[in-house]
Design a protein around this ligand. Structure first.
Ligand code: APR
Length: 176
């Protein structure tokens, strides 16, 4: 199953996959970071489409076309802002991945790329976020053979090292 998980350093807007995931905010009207990069690459139609979605709650996900992106779909999800760990941040981040996968199944998406959701402006600790991302992805891939590839696209070396470290650890409770 781990052969269906990849981790690379790069720009998510340049990935040739069925869907790229955007780490958005609750307005879905764009922002900085990966949100800004995706809107810049997709063009103004993406913002026009997002305007019709009436926002997105933290932990939820909504889908649009990719417009000028090479990816035909963009799945917008809103990660939790880190506030110390006592405000359901772990649960909400896990829900982001679960809801992105739900939309992927509904739209027959078989290759998907994720940024390190919430680990930038939202200050979620990187390794803690990577553990959640990998755990939810492994759990999804166990039951969904149609999903051919999940790529974690890391924008810098520190993020790449964090994801690689987490991926190298055996899944909890698995025989060695
Ligand atoms: N490709 C891949 N990853 C990227 C890219 C890119 N082009 N640009 C930034 N990143 C990385 C960041 O380096 C970080 O590791 O995405 C990760 C998430 O960081 P943010 O984009 O800051 O997202 P997040 O922490 O979830 O905060 C969301 O930031 O941009 C605003 O509108 C957005 O308000 C929302 C908030």
């Amino acid at each position: 199953m781990t052969e269906r998980i990849e981790v690379i350093q790069g720009d998510i807007t340049r990935q040739t996959v069925d869907a790229i995931v955007n780490a958005a905010n609750t307005t879905l009207l764009g922002g900085g970071g990966v949100d800004g990069a995706i809107h810049a690459a997709a063009g103004p139609e993406l913002l026009a489409a997002c305007r019709t979605l009436e926002g997105c709650a933290t932990g939820e996900a909504k889908i649009t076309r990719g417009y000028r992106l090479s990816a035909p779909w963009v799945i917008h999800t809103v990660g939790p802002i880190w506030r110390g760990g006592g405000h359901d941040e772990d649960v909400l981040l896990a829900r982001c991945y679960q809801n992105c996968f739900l939309l992927a199944v509904r739209h027959e998406i078989t290759t998907i790329a994720f940024p390190a959701i919430s680990t930038g402006v939202y200050r979620f600790p990187l390794e803690r976020a990577a553990i959640i991302a990998v755990k939810e992805t492994r759990r999804f891939l166990e039951s969904r053979l149609a999903m051919r590839k999940v790529v974690f696209v890391c924008f810098n070396g520190a993020t790449l090292d964090g994801y690689r470290k987490v991926l190298a650890e055996r899944p909890q409770g698995k025989a060695s």
